[in-house]
Design a protein around this ligand. Structure first.
Ligand SMILES: Nc1ncnc2c1ncn2[C@@H]1O[C@H](COP(=O)(O)OP(=O)(O)OP(=O)(O)O)[C@@H](O)[C@H]1O
Ligand SMILES: [Mg+2]
Ligand SMILES: [Zn+2]
Ligand SMILES: [Zn+2]
Length: 826
């Protein structure tokens, strides 16, 4: 048994703790009263204050006895000078000595004993013990008014433990200043054990080698690995590595080399028009130097607008950059021969195959391309796939997987309330733009937020030049922003997760203003794509990502998880596994599309066997035959007129039937196309003001959530200013007058609105002019890009209507469609 006696002063009184076996809870707590004698201070009284023996006394002799038995006599360094000298005087009298010790003051307040030292926890101007520091942290959590998630709490405990500083830990929960050392979550290093090859050593055609060596002398690691895996031996490869590791060049190098070695042209396929434009521009400039022609194929670009750019689109070029859809359109129209001899197919961003809605189209397209080509090398590029082995096996490709980053990425996590975010972002972007990398570039930032509207708000709030950038903007506006960013003239772009993949923004810093896209949490794939935007080997020495997570935040009431928790999950991130599962409609759409490239049932089966999602086609073929999309005889399969139209126009069977029924019953073309596709990207122009003045939460999306219900509910309108009232009343009279039971969620408002929009276009108005009218008349606005996109879709659906009218000899519908199409195209 060890026995310690500890003494300290407590408001002029002497507090004594008797500690057995170094335990935190003392056996005796008491107050010692000294008396002055000629010989010096001596014990006079000892009052016990432990709760069970409260106010009992210990005889002074017994106290002296206890002191003498003590292994150590400890005096707190906090003990005031006068008291401590009186104690020591007494001890000297009994030939005893003491040692000064530092103890936790907060423990003492609860009659507990705990040493503290330099390794304890800083709290204001003292050190406290781990338990007290944790108690204080929890107290803060309880009083903050938020309910913090378990993961967050345990992350904060870790931080506290590492930093040994309670003030900073608590400060971190709602910072006004940036504490980078503290917000630092981890750094993904850029170590690589790969000794990179030089362009000189590659079996490249001479002109290509010269061209590439001018830009860089060494290959990046993933490129080296690809070469080692047989890139130049004609092997199909699935190349997966994080963003900005140089995957494009893997495809480019071999594709161009195959062209020069007369093995055939290169198709370079991407998911987005914006990305196609960018690659088209890059490749045309780069490879025209060695005499190669590049062209581009994207969705139709049918709506006339003065700003459409002039680009080469013929298929006999050496390099054809296209969207998946642009190439599939050729196959689905039965024109695959026009593609000529294909040496290489590069599928960029192949993880699109995991996309719930669009995945089947890419899956089918790849299968069809494999079928129509022979001796063609397929290169698949992807940043993140859930299960690369499975995908590679299905695609019949070897895997090249490189996990390291070209430059290290620092990852930072900051918790803060929404209203503080703008200020913090302002600081972050300004600081970053002051930093110059060893490669001579100033730090530029991409801010990701969850909605287009927020892009504008945030961009406006920043004290430094910045631009919003999103799919609702016109192509040429976006091009301008990309160029200004690339040349370093624009310090910041604010965008949404929708733009994460592919488009080339050489940013050194990526800020997550929100961890949602719309009202859904980001998936780990999206998150990885987005954070991969930070740090580029040819521009920067490091990348930095900063997550601004709002404690307790949810985007919808029944959403699972809160933003603080999601932040930790994403940072710890493991990929969810790939489950390719298509709906019947999707599968039948693919069968029709593939039946456009072959008449043989066996071949059709083998095309479908080579898809990532394999399924039996027999049962679907029967359904398709029964519903008149195709005819089966023995091994031969022939699309009917209906089937051909569906295949060519990317229609599901249900949409095709809708069109056919519409045409046959002489429905107005306008009615048919609005039943196929509705315009739902309308916004209330003054949603923010309305929300504020009525103290409600009105989403700006007109046709989403409960906006319509909230706004047009009896009294609400009357509280708004007269102009706004007028406009919203116009909106209600024109679009909300149906008598449906489910109104306003019956679909009628969207349909009427789409009608209006097409009607205005029909009067010859430009998208911009349409927006002006919508704003002035209804207080509703939209983005130019969304309107163009909708018109584009409408025109393409009209193409289908037209062909259907021809097929079923409905000359009246045919004529009307032609007229309408002309009007919409402008
Ligand atoms: N051998 C090289 N040496 C130096 N820089 C290179 C080399 N190869 C490519 N780069 C540069 O690396 C950058 C990133 O390349 P790239 O756009 O191909 O990335 P990625 O892997 O396709 O990323 P993402 O997943 O975002 O599409 C580009 O700016 C490119 O010019
Ligand atoms: Mg890429
Ligand atoms: Zn303590
Ligand atoms: Zn209705």
């Amino acid at each position: 048994m060890t026995l310690w006696t500890f003494m300290t002063s407590n408001r002029g009184k002497i507090k004594v703790l008797t500690i057995k076996d170094k335990k935190k809870v003392p056996v005796i707590v008491g107050e010692l009263i000294l008396r002055k004698t000629k010989a010096g201070s001596r014990p006079h009284k000892f009052r016990i204050s432990n709760s069970d023996k409260k106010n009992e006394h210990l005889a002074p002799e017994s106290f002296i006895e206890m002191l003498k038995k003590s292994d150590r006599i400890l005096i707190s360094t906090d003990c005031d000078g006068d008291t401590s000298s009186r104690i020591n005087e007494m001890l000297t009298g009994f030939q005893l000595t003491s040692e000064p010790v530092n103890v936790c003051r907060l423990c003492l307040l609860q009659d507990k004993f705990n040493f503290v030292g330099k390794k304890s926890y800083r709290f204001h101007d003292e050190y406290i013990c781990w338990d007290c520091a944790k108690d204080e942290l929890y107290r803060y959590f309880r009083n903050s008014g938020f309910s913090w998630g378990e993961q967050t709490i345990s992350y904060l405990e870790d931080l506290l433990c590492k930093s040994k500083d309670l003030d900073r830990t608590i400060g971190f929960l709602n910072p006004t200043e940036l504490d980078k050392e503290f917000t630092h979550y981890d750094t993904i290093t850029s170590e690589s054990r790969i000794s990179e090859l030089r362009f000189n050593h590659l079996p490249l055609d001479k002109s290509l080698r010269n061209l590439l060596s001018k830009k860089a002398d060494k290959l990046l690691p993933v490129q080296t690995l690809a070469v080692e895996q047989g890139l130049f031996d004609g092997i199909n490869l699935l190349v997966t590595s994080v963003t900005a590791t140089g995957k494009t060049l893997v495809g480019e190098m071999v594709g161009v080399n195959n062209i020069l070695k007369k093995r055939g042209k290169m198709l370079f396929l991407v998911p987005l028009v914006a990305l196609a434009n960018q690659k088209y521009y890059d490749f045309s400039t780069k490879y025209s130097k060695i005499g190669l022609k590049t062209s581009i194929r994207v969705g139709s670009n049918r709506i006339k607008s003065s700003k459409n750019l002039k680009m080469k689109t013929n298929l006999d070029s050496d390099i054809v950059v296209a969207t998946y859809e642009g190439i599939d359109y050729i196959l689905r129209s039965g024109n695959s021969d026009s593609l000529g001899n294909i040496g290489t197919v590069v599928i960029d961003e192949v993880h699109t195959i995991e996309d719930k809605e669009r995945g089947h189209r890419l899956d089918g397209l790849i299968a069809r391309l494999k079928y129509i080509t022979s001796n063609t090398q397929f290169i698949y590029l992807s940043a993140t796939v859930a299960n690369p082995d499975h995908l590679a096996k299905k695609l019949n490709a070897s895997i090249v997987n490189y996990e390291h980053r070209p430059v290290p990425i620092e990852r930072h996590l900051i918790y803060c309330e929404d209203h503080r975010k703008n200020k913090l972002m302002a600081k972050l972007v300004q600081e970053e733009y002051k930093q110059k990398s060893s490669k001579g570039h100033f730090g530029q930032t991409i801010i990701f937020t969850n909605s287009r509207k927020n892009c504008q708000h945030i961009s406006k709030s920043l004290p430094i030049s910045s631009s919003a950038y999103h799919a609702g903007m016109l192509q040429h506006e976006r091009n301008r922003i990309e160029q200004r960013f690339k040349t370093g003239k624009l310090p910041v772009v604010v965008t949404t997760a929708a733009l994460a993949a592919g488009v080339d923004f050489p940013a050194s810093q990526v800020i997550f203003e929100s961890l949602a896209m719309g009202i859904e949490w980001l998936s780990i794939q999206e998150f990885m794509q987005m954070l991969g935007r930070a740090g580029r080997p040819d521009y920067h020495d490091r990348g930095r990502i900063v997550i601004l997570a709002t404690p307790d935040k949810k985007y919808t009431a029944n959403q699972e998880g809160t933003e603080d928790e999601i932040a930790i999950s994403l940072l710890k991130g493991k990929l969810e596994s790939l489950a390719v599962d298509y709906s019947e409609d999707d599968m039948m759409e693919e069968i029709l599309a593939s039946a456009a490239v072959t008449n043989s049932k066996r071949d059709l089966q083998s095309i479908h066997n080579s898809m990532v999602a394999s399924y039996q086609i027999n049962i679907y073929l029967k359904t398709l035959a029964k519903t008149g999309f195709l005819a089966q005889r023995g091994n031969s399969i022939n699309l009917s007129k209906l089937g051909k139209i569906a295949a060519k126009h990317f229609l599901t069977t249900s949409k095709a039937i809708l069109i056919k029924e519409g045409v046959v019953s002489n429905t107005e073309p306008m009615d048919i196309i609005t039943s196929l596709e509705l315009f739902d990207s309308a916004y209330f122009k003054s949603a923010a003001q309305i929300s504020k003045s009525l103290n409600i939460n009105l989403s700006s999306r007109v046709f989403q959530g409960s906006s319509l219900d909230i706004l047009f509910d009896g009294e609400t309108l009357s509280k708004l200013n007269p102009t706004l009232q007028d406009r919203l009343l116009n909106f209600a009279t024109e679009f909300l007058t149906c008598g449906c039971k489910g109104s306003p969620f019956c679909g009628c408002p969207e349909r009427k609105f789409s009608f209006k929009l097409l009607g205005l276009r029909g009067e010859g108005l430009s998208p911009e002019a349409i927006i002006d009218i919508l704003e002035d008349t209804y207080g509703v606005t939209a983005y130019t890009g969304d309107i163009l996109d909708y018109l584009e879709k409408a025109v393409r659906n009209l193409d289908a209507v037209l062909m259907m009218a021809q097929a079923y000899s409905k000359s009246d519908v045919y004529q009307k469609s032609i007229t309408l199409r002309k009007k919409l195209e402008g």
